[in-house]
Write a protein that binds this ligand. Sequence first.
Ligand SMILES: Cc1cc2nc3c(=O)[nH]c(=O)nc-3n(C[C@H](O)[C@H](O)[C@H](O)COP(=O)(O)O)c2cc1C
Length: 187
Amino acid sequence: MEFERVVRKRRMIRAFKPLPVSGDKVRRIIELAQHYPSAGFSQGVAFVVVTEPDRVHRLRELNRLKGDAPVLIVPCVSEKLYHDRYHEPDKIRSDGTEIDWPVPYWYFDAGCASLLILLGAVSEGLAAYIAGAFRPDLLRQELEIPDDHVPVGVISIGYPDYERHVPSPSLDRGRRPSSQVVHSQHW
Ligand SMILES: Cc1cc2nc3c(=O)[nH]c(=O)nc-3n(C[C@H](O)[C@H](O)[C@H](O)COP(=O)(O)O)c2cc1C
C-alpha cells in the first residue's frame, strides 16, 4: 500500500473480526518494525509477540484491553542498553563520562518502533491500537520480561471490524490546526 495512504488510514481501531492473522503477516510486521531508528544505533527495543489464545486472553484481562485481537505485541525498551552504548569509545566524552541525555532517547526509540508496528499492520490490511502498559509489573510477570526492560504498551492487531468500532471520545477534541503547531523559521 502506498505510504501516504497507510499513514492516513492508520487509526486506533479497538474492534476486531474473529479471524486469525497469518504468521507470515505477523513476521513481516515484526521484521519491518526492527527498522526503527535508534540513538547511536543502540537498538534497545525488544518485542514480545503473543498469539497463544490463553496468553492473549490473560494479557487482555490484565491490561484491560478493548476488543479481542488475536495478536498482541508488547514493545519493551532497555535504558541500560543505551547507557552501555554511550560508554563505547565513539560515544563516551573525553572526560570519561556519559552524555547529558537531552530527552530519554530509549522511550523516543520505543515510540518509533511502535509506530512502525501500527503502520505495518495497516500495510498488511490489518488494524491495530496501542494501549499504555498500565501494569508493567504484571506484564513483566506474565511475559517473563527481564528486569532491565520496560514494557511501554500493548499493541492489539487483527482484522478491523468497522461496524463494531467505537471511535475514541478523545477524537472529539479534533486535530490541532497547523497554525497552532507548525512554526515557520521561528516559534
Ligand atoms: C502512548 C499511547 C498510549 C495510548 N493508550 C491508549 C489506551 O490505553 N487506550 C486507548 O483506547 N487508546 C490509547 N491510545 C490511543 C489514542 O487515544 C489515539 O492515538 C488518539 O486518540 C488519536 O486517535 P488515532 O490514533 O486513531 O488517530 C494511546 C496512544 C498512545 C500514543
